[in-house]
Design a binder for this molecule. Structure first.
Ligand SMILES: Cc1cc2nc3c(=O)[nH]c(=O)nc-3n(C[C@H](O)[C@H](O)[C@H](O)COP(=O)(O)OP(=O)(O)OC[C@H]3O[C@@H](n4cnc5c(N)ncnc54)[C@H](O)[C@@H]3O)c2cc1C
Length: 556
């Protein structure tokens, strides 16, 4: 943590040096001693400190300065740092002004020049004030801060990106400036920068206004470009299946790169609590699982490129080549596709327009805090919806689950149904569906159709979380590997129709288990036709695939 600052201001260079020297001698170990030679320079310094979220314990200011007196400076400084102790340095002739300032500028003390010896005239006063300051001091947040409007889709995208990439951040809602004094002070210190929100402020004092995810990734040190042009194994998708394959592949000596479009962790990374993964009897959050998986993969030397999307695959002799959204390509001996599934979008009027402004997909954890004491809606009746309901119920006043079917038991695990029953602020409305969402800048209401009554009702709503199933987005693989009619990738025995091998298959063997219709390209996890949609099965498939990759590599 940066040490709190003591700022001394005087236009007389000699006096300024002397004060600084005395402050450093006594307080230099515990505080940063800063100086400025005018009120304007001091205000500029304070704005910089505020922007970095640094704390200021003391302002020690000469009264008689040209352009801005000490009292005038303290009046303005109080807006930025109201809790800093304010001490005025005066000549004997200014004593009256100093006494008046106790009331006008709410100064805490005035000192007469000269203050020698400081042990007698300076330190006792400052010791007392600084002790007092410390008792009320709350250390400021030190990481990344995001200032933006709650209902802005861009601000939402930034928060979602940081959360999913495990970057701790503080969210500052610009709309709370009137009632949140910290937000107001920060906006005040930013000047013109505050007009370009969302603004991401970093601890090194740099900032990014309206950043793209690639700009954020680069700033945060995430890797978005491959180190080499060719690898033993390229993995597309960083969910549980891709991560497991990365760990097994790299730990067994394969030069491995993993390409992830959004953030490692995949769907599992969005889970508030995974309760059925072996070895974690009290469950673990998707974030925790991801953090461990990423650390393990990195430890074995896996290169993780994110955010980066694979947009195509081609076959060039023995090489498998992946085309990437930034226009580059990576070649490899073996390719593993672990791209999972993505949430199906809610296809009702208003939903697309309000995405990120009240309509959310799978982001219950990012938004939960913002839903404090509000009524929120969830669409869906499967496990992911159930987990989100339990999680949101800890923050929201009321969580209403809108379920199309007549019961939850057809689609949800019993342990979740039991938890929902025991949570008083979750209400389950079966036989219902959302037919329209309303709002100009943000979600304001949802229209809900009830099958039993045949009526549609419009209910006020600030947040709607959508969990209505998922689909594999694999159009970019069309014409390369064989897929079923829904886009899931066919592998192993599923490729053999009436015992016949796939078209264009040239090898004198059947495709391995988990191998696609192109030799050397494997498919695992939720994206695979017939897969069990579970974390453990994805992890298992990722690990098993590496065994077949070794067998394949031994032949090329
Ligand atoms: C909210 C929620 C809760 C869940 N809870 C549980 C649970 O408690 N227990 C359980 O066993 N299962 C649970 N599941 C299911 C489980 O998370 C999935 O079965 C599992 O994550 C599938 O892993 P995967 O690696 O196959 O795919 P995914 O997790 O879907 O990961 C695929 C990854 O590939 C990336 N990707 C996609 N296309 C591209 C591309 N073109 N280029 C680069 N990257 C790409 C995606 O961004 C994603 O990160 C839950 C799912 C959800 C959504």
């Amino acid at each position: 943590m940066a040490k709190p600052a003591l700022l001394t201001v005087d236009d007389d260079a000699e006096v300024l040096r002397a004060v600084e020297r005395d402050l450093r001698r006594r307080y230099g170990e515990r505080y940063r001693v800063l100086r400025a030679d005018s009120g304007h320079a001091a205000l500029e310094a304070l704005r910089g400190l505020k922007r970095r979220n640094d704390s200021v314990a003391l302002l020690l200011v000469d009264q008689r300065m040209p352009h801005m007196t000490g009292v005038e400076f303290l009046g303005q400084a109080t807006v930025l740092y109201p809790d800093a102790k304010r001490v005025l340095l005066t000549a004997y002739a200014d004593t009256d002004a100093a006494i008046r300032a106790i009331n006008d500028a709410r100064i805490h003390h005035y000192l007469l020049k000269p203050w020698d010896p400081p042990e007698e005239h300076l330190y006792p006063v400052l010791d007392d004030l600084l002790d007092d300051w410390h008792t009320c001091f709350r250390p400021p947040f030190e990481g990344v801060r995001v200032l933006g409007h709650r209902w802005s889709p861009q601000a939402y995208a930034v928060r979602e990106f940081l959360a999913r990439n495990q970057v701790p951040y503080q969210w500052l809602d610009a709309e709370t400036a009137e009632r949140d004094v910290e937000v107001r002070r920060l906006i005040h210190s930013l000047g013109e920068e505050a007009a370009r929100l969302p603004l991401v402020l970093f601890p090194d004092d740099s900032s990014l206004p309206r950043p793209t995810t690639t700009e954020l990734a680069e700033k945060l040190g995430l890797r978005v470009r491959a180190e080499m042009a060719f690898y033993d194994l390229v993995i597309i998708g960083g969910g549980p299946a891709g991560l497991a394959a990365a760990v097994y592949g790299a730990s067994e000596g394969l030069r491995t790169v993993m390409i992830e479009r959004e953030a490692p962790g995949g769907q599992a990374g969005m889970s508030a609590r995974i309760e059925n993964y072996l070895g974690f009897p009290s469950g673990l959050s998707g974030g925790d699982l991801t953090r461990r998986g990423v650390a393990q993969a990195r430890r074995f030397g896996v290169e993780i490129l994110t955010p980066l999307e694979a947009t195509g695959v081609s076959v060039k002799g023995p090489s498998r080549v992946v085309q990437l959204a930034d226009g580059s390509e990576i070649g490899c001996k073996a390719l593993l596709i672990a791209t999972g599934v993505s949430y199906r979008r809610l296809d009702v009027p208003g939903a697309e327009r309000l995405q990120g402004s009240g309509v959310y997909y799978g982001s219950a954890m990012t938004e939960a805090m913002s839903c404090k004491d509000e009524n929120v809606y969830i669409i869906g009746g499967a496990n992911s919806a159930g987990q989100a309901a339990i999680y949101l119920s800890k923050f929201a006043r009321q969580v209403v689950m809108l379920v199309r079917g007549s019961t939850l038991s057809a689609s949800m695990s019993q342990y979740l149904i039991d938890q929902i029953k025991q949570t008083p602020n979750i209400q389950v409305e079966t036989g219902t569906r959302v037919v329209e969402v309303h709002g100009d800048e943000r979600l304001e209401a949802v229209s809900i159709y009830c099958e039993r009554s045949g009526q549609t009702e419009k209910a006020p709503a600030v947040a709607l979380f959508v969990f209505i199933g998922a689909e594999p987005r694999t159009d970019w693989l069309a014409g390369v590997v064989e897929r079923d009619e829904r886009g899931f990738i066919l592998t192993g025995p599923d490729l053999l129709l009436d015992g016949k091998r796939p078209r264009n298959w040239t090898l004198d063997r059947d495709p391995y288990l988990l191998e696609t219709s192109v030799s050397g390209i494997f498919g695992v996890g939720d994206v695979r036709h017939g897969s069990v949609k579970r974390v453990a099965s994805g992890v298992g498939e990722g690990a098993i695939a590496v065994q077949f990759i070794h067998q394949y590599l031994s032949t090329v």
